[in-house]
Design a protein around this ligand. Sequence first.
Ligand code: BES
Ligand code: MN
Ligand code: ZN
Length: 495
Amino acid sequence: MKYSLKTGSAEKISADCVVVVVWNKGLLSDEAKSIDSASNKCISKLTRTEDFTGKLGDTQLIYSPPGIKATRVLLLGGGDSKKLTSKNALKMLQCGLKAVNGLNAASIHFALTSITVKDQDPAWLTARLAQEAESTSYRYNETKSKKSKALAGKAISIAPASSGQRKTLEQALKQGAAIGKGINLARHLGNLPGNICTPTYLAKQATVLGNKHAYLAVRVLSEKQMSRLGMGSLLSVSAGSAEEAKLILIEYKGAAVSSQPHVLVGKGVTFDSGGISLKPGASMDEMKFDMCGAASVIGTLATVAELKLPVNVVGIIGAVENMPGSKATKPGDIVTSMSGKTIEVLNTDAEGRLVLCDALTYAERYKPRSVIDIATLTGAAVATFGSHVNALLSNNDDLADSLLKCGEQCLDRAWQLPLWEEYQEQLKSNFADIANIGGPRAGTITAACFLSRFAEKYKWAHLDIAGSAWDSGDQKGATGRPVALLVEYLRSQKA
Ligand code: BES
Ligand code: MN
Ligand code: ZN
């Protein structure tokens, strides 16, 4: 996708399609008005029929209207002009882009100069347009013989309100596109099947990314190196798998060496069969998505590097495959984590926390400013929140608040659950320092309680993305969440 700014009145823009907003009851935006008066009222004649009323997200295409330079005009319903919240604006953009993607039009101009979004500065809509242009054009093709038509070649333009706005809007377009691309990278990795996207494959993709950017350095630790570090917990998960586990370290330097980094820890279980505590067969295929936390870390670092954000960021990914086998960890086995704490593995399907705890201990060596782990950790998060929310738990209220705020800002929202002392009791073990499950009640919280024992030395937040990371059913596919949230958070940080 190519992005640019084009100045001029909507009727004079040369493009294959010009998009203008029409509000509820056929009320015309300024740009729609200019098209209307230049085209012998072709819009108001249409809205008078009430075939198209400007309902939020509705679209109506007009072909070669007289007096208009563009070949097509797309009317885009904006709903109630006084209620254009960022959520509604997002829906509007998505519907507009979907309509445009269905056309054989190479250049599309969005005439949105007069459109103001509640509680957002003018650049927000521009950035979001680019982000959504990227993400609505994503298609999974990798393992299909018949590839769907590429949409990436389209040229998208938007009009600045004044020449003084140029720089800001150009920056906004770059920013939005970079976020959209990071989201798509995360989706792509998530969607790949487990027999392609193995721990080794993930490590390779991180290395490829590292080679693309001067400020990114990628290192990959082998099982042998992890064993020397004492990562007995992480390694116990991959014990039954023929695939070698990898610890992937992605270091981004956007600020002075002395500036403490933010660390993102991703769960990278490339397939979660449950291990000896084998999962039931229904929907087990979806456990290829159990590396979506890792994918979001890679997607976020790709965006951060592309935007050259002025912060230091480290991504740590525990990449493993969880399989049964004669060497697999068994219920009742006790393993020793890198922290020295012993863990009784009562259920081999609670493997994510076993991977993350060693990665969290490894994070200590970076003296992090904050640590956020991202994991498809519990079915309980899906039961609690469905797919709309990233479950958030934290040992620091400021960190939690800023993640909640960033989630609102970019509409990749989180909701906080309590990480109270009372829940810790559920993790008592008769034979080890801690058990890896806390019983059937409050599963998302007890999983976070487990992690909190390994995150005592820094400000830490946990995002359980089991519900938000992918969609099921006929729209099955990774969503790329919470890349937008993580980028928003890192953008809000000072070096
Ligand atoms: N990867 C799963 C969590 C999951 C399940 C995500 C379903 C999305 C949909 C995780 O490793 C797991 O199996 N968790 C168990 C924990 C339990 C054994 C304490 C769960 O949630 O059932
Ligand atoms: Mn599991
Ligand atoms: Zn899992």
